[in-house]
Design a protein around this ligand. Structure first.
Ligand SMILES: C[S@@+](CC[C@H](N)C(=O)[O-])C[C@H]1O[C@@H](n2cnc3c(N)ncnc32)[C@H](O)[C@@H]1O
Length: 251
């Protein structure tokens, strides 16, 4: 695949490519997140924790934790009796997360581990809450990632997952397309300079092309249900740019 070609969500060599992307962008990931989400990310995260309910004392797993924002929020909500684990496949992202810890005065312990969401080195039925933000687009097998979330959750507990989506409304969809295809690459090139990664597209082109063929809405709910989750629901945020999935592992 040439550097200027759009890759779509799945392609050969994706695992190495994705790791290289996040390795490259780790130092400016937080700043770009704020710019790209037009400051909405905090609202999406607040909603996720509203859906998670009272998590005081919980053992929480943040899958694809990146620079740790959801893990830190989990620690604040879980309090001194809580425990939070942030797992990510890219060590450079976890290094950025660890750098933030000393300034945060977190009430709960947060442990960061390098690991693959498709094959997590945790036992079954371990966590009171699994949380994940914007990771599923990046994996080579979405069903296996959701199956793994299910496996490590205690029966009766929730998974709360945020992911990008596409708006349904035609007009909003048009605006979203312009934003993703023009504005995101424009801002991205300020940072990634349009540099092809691993023989493929530049880092911020991935943000756009990872949405191509990526399941969202009911299609994603089907994946959660296939994993065994019940009461799976999705909430449309920012006019459809983001979906938040909430699903329960039955007792
Ligand atoms: C878009 S970032 C999201 C980071 C963070 N959750 C947030 O809300 O900002 C996606 C993260 O998923 C991680 N990731 C991609 N594939 C993974 C895998 N198979 N297992 C674990 N983490 C993965 C990447 O390294 C990256 O840190």
């Amino acid at each position: 695949m040439k550097g200027d070609e759009k890759a779509g969500n799945q392609f050969e060599g994706k695992e190495v490519y994705v790791k290289d992307v996040f390795n490259d962008i780790a130092p400016y990931y937080d700043k770009m997140n704020d710019i790209m989400s037009v400051g909405m990310i905090e609202r999406w995260h607040k909603f996720m924790f509203k859906k998670a309910g009272d998590i005081t004392g919980f053992s929480v797993l943040d899958v694809g934790t990146g620079t740790g924002e959801l893990a830190f929020m989990s620690a604040k909500k879980a309090g001194p009796e809580g425990r939070v684990t942030g797992l990510d496949i890219t060590p450079a992202m976890l290094e950025m997360a660890k750098l933030k810890v000393p300034d945060l005065d977190l009430p709960a312990e947060v442990t960061f581990v390098v690991g693959d969401a498709l094959d997590m080195e945790f036992g079954d039925d371990l966590f009171d809450l699994v949380i994940s933000g914007y990771m599923l687009r990046n994996v080579t097998d979405i069903q296996t990632a959701v199956d793994e979330m299910y496996r490590v959750l205690k029966p009766g507990c929730l998974a709360v997952v945020a992911e990008l989506a596409k708006p349904r409304n035609r007009v909003v969809r048009w605006g979203h397309k312009v934003y993703m295809n023009r504005i995101v690459p424009f801002w991205g090139r300020k940072y990634d300079k349009g540099k092809v990664i691993d023989g493929k597209q530049p880092a911020y082109d991935w943000l756009t092309s990872s949405l191509e063929g990526f399941p969202y809405g009911q299609e994603m709910i089907d994946i959660f249900e296939k994993a065994g989750f019940t009461d799976a629901e999705f909430y449309v945020k920012s006019m459809g740019a983001v979906n938040i999935y909430v699903a329960r592992k039955p007792q």
